[in-house]
Design a protein around this ligand. Structure first.
Ligand code: SF4
Length: 230
């Protein structure tokens, strides 16, 4: 799977000034929904309609450094709802069958809807690429940082046997929001195109609303054609 490679490299280049942050505290993870009420919330990353963007992209040939990167302020410096970005890049096994690869992407995407990390409550929307995260007052008081949250998240991705390496980027400095937003949109459109292709939708680029992304990302059209001819 190389469809996302250029987009991954673009995001990494925009965020090349990010710092690597390490995790000191292991956070508890549960599959049960844990609600953080407004009264218990220190702030919401991406809350109050602040700029907010997220994306998940996979590659079978980019080796990631298994690290968490932060572009902007850490949690202890944030005082109120703030802009927020989150990008997850994952190297997965090179499956021979593209449908298998797509199933794994969906499985990895779904993790953000099912995972509850103590002190954090995610509200994600696949439609508008927003992933807002409420952070509890308790977590801030105990000194939890992005490194802890990101490392906990990385460990959850590593539980999938086909995940070989990964990197997570958190963004709280939004000088380059428009650039990031534009690449994130393409990542999400690429995933939508894959959805379209593996849903056996007709191959008719002239009426398809994904034409723009398929014209830009090498391999999408070929993949659709190959699947139509199966
Ligand atoms: S290849 Fe054509 S029909 Fe298929 S998803 Fe892309 S634009 Fe749509």
């Amino acid at each position: 799977m190389r469809l996302y490679n250029n987009l991954i490299n673009e995001i990494k280049s925009i965020l090349s000034g990010a710092n690597i942050v390490s995790g000191k505290n292991a956070l508890n993870v549960s599959k049960k929904i844990s609600v953080i009420f407004s009264s218990e919330t220190a702030f919401e990353l991406g809350g109050s309609q602040k700029p907010c963007v997220s994306g998940l992209a996979v590659s079978s040939d980019i080796k990631f450094s298994n690290s968490v990167h932060l572009f902007g302020d850490d949690l202890n410096k944030i005082m109120s709802d703030s802009p927020f970005g989150k990008f997850v890049f994952i190297q997965i096994e090179d499956f021979e069958n593209e449908q298998d690869t797509f199933n794994k992407i969906k499985e990895l995407e779904a993790l953000r809807y099912h995972l509850n990390i103590e002190g954090f409550m995610t509200r994600a929307s696949a439609l508008n690429m927003r992933e807002q995260i409420r952070v509890s007052k308790k977590a801030i008081k105990s000194g939890v940082a992005f490194g802890d949250y990101g490392t906990t998240l990385l460990n959850e991705y590593f539980k999938f046997s086909y995940v070989k390496s990964a990197e997570i980027y958190f963004v709280t400095n939004f000088n380059d929001f428009e650039k990031l937003n534009s690449v994130a949109k393409k990542i999400n459109q690429t995933t939508s195109a894959l959805n379209h292709i593996f849903d056996n939708v007709m191959f008719d680029c002239s009426t398809c609303n994904l034409k723009e992304i398929c014209d830009e990302v090498d391999g999408l059209k070929e993949l659709h054609l190959k699947n139509v001819n199966k």
